[in-house]
Design a protein around this ligand. Sequence first.
Ligand SMILES: Cc1cn([C@@H]2O[C@H](COP(=O)(O)OP(=O)(O)OP(=O)(O)O)[C@@H](O)[C@H]2O)c(=O)[nH]c1=O
Length: 632
Amino acid sequence: MPLNPVISKLSGKLVVLASASPRRLEILSNAGLRFEVVPSWFKETLDKSLFKHPCEYAVETAKQKALEVAQRMPFKHLKTPDIVIGADTVVTVDGLILEKPTDKQDAYRMLSRLSGKEHSVFTGVAIVICRDKNSSVTDYKVVDFYEETKVKFAELSEEMLWEYINSGEPMDKAGGYGIQALGGMLVEYVRGDFLNVVGFPLNHFCKQLGSIFNSPPASPAHKIKRDCDEAWTLVNKTTNGDVELLENVKDDSLTSVQEQNVMGLEFAKCNRQDVPHSIISLLDGFKVSKTLFTASKLKVFDVLNTPGGLTLEEVAGQINASLLGTERLLEAAVSLGLLERVRQEEISVYRNTEQASRFLVTDSPVSLHGYILHCNDMVWPLFSHLESAVREGTSQHERAFGKKKEDVFQDVYYSKDEVKIRFMDAMHSIARVTGKDLATAFDLSCYKTACDIGGCTGAMAYEFTKAHPELSVTIFDLPQVIEMRRHFQPKENDERVSFVAGDFFKDDLPKADLYILARVLHDWSDEKLHVLLSKLSKMWTPGCGLLVSEILLDEERRRPSRALLQALSMTEGKQRSTAEYSALLDKHGFTLKHVKHTDNLLDAMLFVKEEQNDKRTLLGCSSASIETAELE
Ligand SMILES: Cc1cn([C@@H]2O[C@H](COP(=O)(O)OP(=O)(O)OP(=O)(O)O)[C@@H](O)[C@H]2O)c(=O)[nH]c1=O
């Protein structure tokens, strides 16, 4: 009796592996499968934003890879395969999908993201069953599935990262590592199918083959979904050899076993074609945000920040909420990937996902909690008056909060302490999440003193001093802010960080080699900014730099939508593209030298003054820094 009877059932069939991956070839041939390899020409360029979950992206890519080969072979190879297998492996971390790195820097970015964290590896697999209906028409049934494996990386030092990257191993592997070789040394643990990480979930694949070829006839329940086999794809070979896709062709000649598998799958396909999924996601967007806000406000993620997790009853007790309401909230959070529900000794417990522990627990070093509460308490009420904002072209501050807003900050900072602290907490949490990326965006080694204009609690400044041991940073902000910052004392004291009170539109700025304007410019009109920029320009001395950090719109002003959505509730400010910022600053003699898209909440631009460029080099910035961070 063979180890897997299904594999032997495929003998005599033309099985094709639509993959160039040597790992997939090895896994399947080790399992005793006989097949031909025809690598797919399908380019992995599907728009990831169209998929609700990374597994859907991997499955769809696998399907397109396999279908491309299935459709090409009858023409280019003059034979029709019986079965084509396609697969696609992706690594997901922090809500991002990582594929194969494009170069060493890309591998570095991927591996440093994975360092010290748990991530998921998804392999999507598509099994395309082909059949020539007659000489000109082939039909295809697709059975697809995916497997998820969790992998935790150890903390990787810079030295290890580069040694591994320079070994060349990361380049043809999803996420930039190969668990089966040197990359295995980076891994602390694996939860799930190891071969799935390597590139092919053999066990799940055999089970699927088993249900295609061995399972009993379809149950009545499956027959109810009968309509969905209409979505079978038929390919018609036209006389000139072109391929024409015919959808919605019903095939009554399926065996019941095949129907059973295909129907479930094609039901999903019907959905994809006939239902506007992206619009439905948009419809639900506000529910998603409010679920996150409410769970954060009720401190669900803090309560669940305990090893082993808690039962529903325990969570409800700790957040002082009803059982039913808590259950609904926790279940919704599980469906959104914020929480996990696991069985432990016959009982279900909830626990934070890796991402929630890192970004949603209040006292995590990179907690977004403050910003989330700001979105709930300040931004949400403004958005509930969006229609009026659009009609009137003004911020709805007065409608939402009963007060006319003088300018963006005066109102906040002259209100109750509680409001001030909440606002500062939002700025503080954004600075903590983005600070490291901004501080390391460029070579700043030539600057010894910096002034963070509107630097609020100093969270950004601490990241800069951490990244640059020679740098001192002065935070310049309104007196009320400086007064309230005692509520945000950093854990470690850094004498290189100091605070000066003042209004950057009215008062003199402290002298510095590097000025930082993080998340400031978008809040103001061009006219108002000219006041600040003229002041900066007058203070400028040879060698100075200006680091501006904002969400940078693309030149078509289409993406990221985050910037444009934020603009909907803005008072007088404006979101701008790199070229728009550059033009604005150019009027005051600042020249854009480098741009960095950080893949974080904020991007960065470094400006200098043309006539002083040469002197800037004299101050000590390595020439390499100027070359390596060339304008993108
Ligand atoms: C995480 C991990 C991945 N991989 C390889 O990463 C490639 C993923 O890329 P893909 O796009 O799914 O496949 P491909 O290599 O481009 O081949 P193809 O299917 O022809 O597109 C596959 O090779 C996998 O083995 C490893 O070898 N080890 C690991 O630990």
